[in-house]
Design a protein around this ligand. Structure first.
Ligand code: WTA
Length: 661
């Protein structure tokens, strides 16, 4: 049995929701009267046309009863950017700091108020319009963590364009595929960016991607908008050397945007008009364009932020996630701004110039809410406690965790050492698809257990199902599903509603299926146990085994590839690959190097496998299905492999144990 932690008196005394009973009551109300619950929050926002009473939510989760859909506030008309900026400026927050921006180098920092941010967003929106971007057009964004990234995302939402941010660690192949899939009209990037001591050639990667989009996928990107970023701080000439410039297509941000008017009328959007899309890995390999819409996402992002981080007026909040992931969308951009919060936006890494950068920034900006990933915590833990102890960290009140299950050891380190034993830890479980937190603890309200995501957020009704689709009530473990939509749930996969229904709603009709397993313990806590499909989570980056196998088999010397996950002390999981070679080909170091290079080129550096093992054959059933369960055991060097009666050739297994590198 794991220990129960109660919120400290300090956290409770500051909390807007200071008791477990209150949480339970509010959660109950959110399920019994969704319209009453959410319309109260909707009142804070500006609506060109408000939602009609009685028409607040409609949905069908049962694929057997027809098309799966979800609608919130149907008929309402608004603009998200207007609500994040103009509304806050009108409400007296014009001079409030929206972001403290901290560059990779500690001497490079700035700040921006809500008023100034609004001006910049309007200028950018006018610039986008000048280049022909209009409502419904897709804009791909491949950017470092700089203010212009936030600006261009909001500029899109101001004019009704749909942004598709691609994490700037993806390769040019991945970027080309994503731009082509959504037929992006424009790509926004920067000349480059520093990450620690490494210079990333962003424009160069974009040049390659635009070229590949055209040659491989037949899609032409009309405009490439480029922020002069690296060249601004450290003109180094290095970038120009590698970058090409196409006068028709390419335009400097500073030339297009700086002279634009700071007045830009927003495009009024229907509640269910698209706000943005974001690609996430799919178990068949092809990325899925998760689509979020306007009104429901705004309500849900706002509410989760307010309660999960217990953000209050004078607080300074910092989420370390890159804007290229959903955490960066909801909890770096949309939710903090909707709450008129002050945030830190950090370009660099936790290890530069020293391994205490995070802790030193918490003191520099007096951060009260800090939100990061278990993989970052584990990699910082290994440097020892001294780096943390150099700093006061007294400003902290709430610590958040996201992206993967947090191991109790890291949880305790986070709470005791970083949080001084006084902070609450919110282990937030959610997905690109869920738009915002769905299971979490709430700082002043819920008790915590190290490693448990805890309880459903308002409006969320989780359930555990067994393989046959039967509900598991009380204690037990099963598939984690949700019985109804909350406002932030994605509405479709871009251009492929059938895949949406098939992936998320076909296994258990009537439920949204997360693809994760979970356990409910004797106290009602939910523990997310990890993916139950062929997906794996390396340092919080979700990828599918099929995606990596697809790349490995592109190499002509490879006949067959099977990828499994192996637990890793820092990354959470790591890729372990088995390779059979084609006739006459040799498995040697040059092949291993070539395969690593290929994965880096096709997907990105974060997907490069830790281990590649030669396999004379793969363990298969008589019907030819690879038995991954056995491969996982081999990766672990665990010879207790259980029942092997369905194996076509048991001798293969022995060989594979012998061949472990
Ligand atoms: C995993 C990231 C356990 C899970 C926001 C999920 C977690 C996938 C947690 C989504 C958590 C995320 N505890 N597992 N607190 N948070 N996951 O789409 O497997 O990048 O399905 O969204 O990460 O990853 P995604």
């Amino acid at each position: 049995m794991s220990r129960l932690y109660q919120p400290s008196d300090y956290v409770v005394s500051k909390s807007r929701l200071p008791s477990f009973e209150q949480y339970k009551e509010m959660h109950k109300r959110s399920l019994e009267d969704p319209e009453g619950f959410w319309s109260e929050i909707a009142k804070e926002f500006y609506w060109q046309t408000p939602a009609e009473p009685g028409n607040f939510v409609s949905y069908n989760f049962d694929i057997n009863k027809g098309k799966v859909f979800t609608k919130w506030l149907d008929g309402a008309v608004t603009n998200v950017c207007f609500n994040l900026l103009d509304r806050n400026v009108r409400n007296g927050h014009g001079d409030k700091i929206a972001y403290y921006w901290e560059g990779n180098h500690p001497d490079d920092y700035s700040r921006i108020t809500y008023r100034k941010l609004k001006d910049l967003v309007c200028q950018c929106a006018n610039g986008l319009r000048e280049r022909g971007v209009t409502k419904g057009d897709r804009v791909s964004i491949y950017m470092p963590m700089i203010l212009e990234t936030v600006v261009v995302m909001l500029a899109c939402s101001r004019i009704g364009a749909v942004h598709s941010v691609v994490f700037a660690g993806f390769s040019s192949d991945s970027l080309a595929e994503r731009m082509s899939d959504c037929k992006a009209k424009m790509l926004v990037t920067a000349d480059g960016a520093w990450r620690g001591e490494k210079l990333l050639m962003l424009k160069k990667i974009c040049d390659e991607a635009i070229d590949k989009a055209e040659k491989k996928h037949g899609h032409k990107v009309e405009t490439c908008l480029v922020v002069k970023h690296v060249d601004r701080v450290t003109p180094c000439g290095q970038l120009q050397e590698y970058t090409t410039w196409d006068d028709e297509r390419d335009v400097w941000w500073q030339e297009l945007i700086d002279e634009q008017s700071t007045i830009c009328s927003p495009e009024w959007m229907a509640a269910e008009d698209p706000l943005f899309m974001l690609y996430t890995s799919g178990s068949t390999g092809k990325p899925k364009g998760v689509l979020h819409t306007t009104a429901g996402y705004l309500l849900y992002a706002t509410t989760t932020f307010r309660y999960v981080f217990d953000y209050q007026d004078k607080d300074v909040y910092w989420c370390t996630a890159d804007v290229g992931w959903i955490t960066g969308h909801t909890y770096v951009v949309y939710a903090p701004l909707a709450n008129a919060a002050t945030s830190v936006l950090f370009e660099g890494t936790p290890f530069y110039p020293e391994n205490d950068r995070y802790w030193s920034l918490i003191d520099k900006y007096k951060v009260s809410q800090f939100y990061t990933a278990p993989t970052a915590l584990r990699s910082l833990m290994k440097f020892g406690d001294e780096y943390v102890k150099r700093h006061s960290l007294q400003s902290l009140r709430v610590l958040g965790s996201v992206g993967e299950p947090i191991n109790p050891e890291a949880w305790l380190w986070y709470r005791q050492l970083v949080g001084g034993g006084r902070c609450s830890v919110a282990d937030t479980f959610w997905q690109t698809e869920t738009g915002g937190h769905v299971l979490t603890s709430l700082p002043g309200a819920t008790p915590m257990k190290p490693g448990a995501a805890g309880f459903p957020f308002f409006g969320v009704e989780p359930a555990l199902l067994d393989e046959g689709g039967q509900l598991i009530s009380g204690e037990g473990e099963g598939y984690l599903v949700f019985a109804r939509p909350w406002p932030g749930l994605m509405r479709t996969l871009y251009g492929d509603h059938q895949r949406y229904e098939q992936v998320y709603f076909s296994k258990f009709p009537g439920y949204y299926c997360t693809g994760d397993g979970a356990r409910r313990d004797e106290d009602g806590f939910l523990w997310v146990t990890g993916r139950v499909d062929d997906m794996l989570n390396v340092s919080g980056h979700l990828m599918s085994t099929a995606e990596v196998e697809g790349v490995l088999t592109e190499e002509p010397r490879v006949a067959e590839a099977a990828v499994v996950s192996r637990p890793h002390p820092i990354k959470g999981e790591a890729l372990y690959c088995f390779i059979t070679t084609t006739d006459g080909a040799h498995f040697d170091q040059s092949l291993v190097d070539a395969l690593k290079k290929l994965v880096r080129a096709r997907i990105g550096a974060f997907a490069v496998p830790d281990t590649i093992q030669y396999a004379p054959g793969l363990p298969k059933t008589r019907s030819g299905k690879i038995m991954r369960r056995i491969l996982r055991k081999i990766a672990l060097n665990d010879t207790d492999i259980g029942d092997t009666s369905t194996l076509a050739d048991p001798a293969v297994v022995e060989q594979l144990f012998k061949n472990r590198p």
